[in-house]
Design a protein around this ligand. Structure first.
Ligand code: SIN
Length: 240
């Protein structure tokens, strides 16, 4: 992930910058929570105005890689910080990032050999979400399969692509064993040595790579502490 401090950009400029990395991927919840006049931008926020929530609240509080439940998950995601909650000057609402590539490198040879070539099942229904999906949203997202060990399309670097909840099984492995393996790998990826925690400032524009990085939003704030982020996702790729 990379970030730039002190940016002042309009929604149109964020969309144009996102497009430099690939076509915009429309997030399923963006259909309900986008910036007025910019359907490409999803609003992530705990703010309510005139009785209506401005955006998705409590988005991404579990470790995940964005839209892993789709056949072509977005290559990257961009978050632009508009409002950051604070407590007596202390910023809250950090986001943590874990390197699934460093986590792969750190696995013992025996585990790497055990995982190479295996496919996991990713199911949209697996994760408890900030918003309850409609039946139509569920129907449009049937389970998909992706390799557990992904190879980055640009760098060739390998990384683990496993998440608790989203991954509901491993092909050729019985359910009980698969559940244990998914839990062990999900825990391994988020060991402290592989994590960077971002403390936000208003004006931060931050991008991450959904192949090599997993992330989660820390929910340690509540109204009247306001958090408002503009989120775009870019350029779906078929995991290999
Ligand atoms: C997300 O998972 O897309 C949201 C992350 C955040 O709000 O920090």
């Amino acid at each position: 992930m990379i970030f730039f401090r002190d940016q002042r950009i309009t929604p149109r400029e964020q969309v144009a910058f996102t497009r430099r990395f690939g076509e915009i991927d429309f997030n399923i919840f963006g259909e309900r929570w986008s910036v007025p006049g910019a359907p490409e931008i999803v609003v992530v926020s705990n703010i309510t105005e005139d009785g209506r929530p401005l955006g998705i609240r409590r988005a991404g509080e579990n470790w995940h890689s964005d839209m892993c439940y789709t056949a072509r998950p977005p290559r990257g995601t961009m978050l632009y910080a508009q409002e950051i909650p604070t407590l007596h000057g202390l910023p809250l609402g950090d986001t943590e990032f874990a390197s699934a590539a460093t986590a792969w490198d750190a696995l013992p040879d025996a585990m790497q050999q055990h995982l190479e070539g295996r496919m996991a099942v990713f199911d949209f229904r697996g994760r408890k979400r900030a918003l309850t999906p409609t039946q139509d949203e569920i129907d449009r997202n049937p389970p998909v399969r992706h390799p557990i060990v992904r190879t980055h399309p640009k760098t060739g670097r390998k990384c683990l692509y496993v998440m608790r909840d989203d991954c509901t099984g491993i092909e050729g492995v019985d359910d009980e064993e698969a559940e244990g393996l998914i839990s062990a790998l999900a825990d391994h990826i988020v060991k402290p040595a592989f994590i960077y925690r971002h403390q936000w400032r208003v004006g931060d524009l931050l991008l991450w790579d959904n192949c090599t990085v997993q992330h989660r939003a820390i929910q340690d704030y509540d109204m009247p502490q306001r958090r408002l982020m503009h989120r775009t996702t870019m350029g779906g790729t078929m995991p290999m």
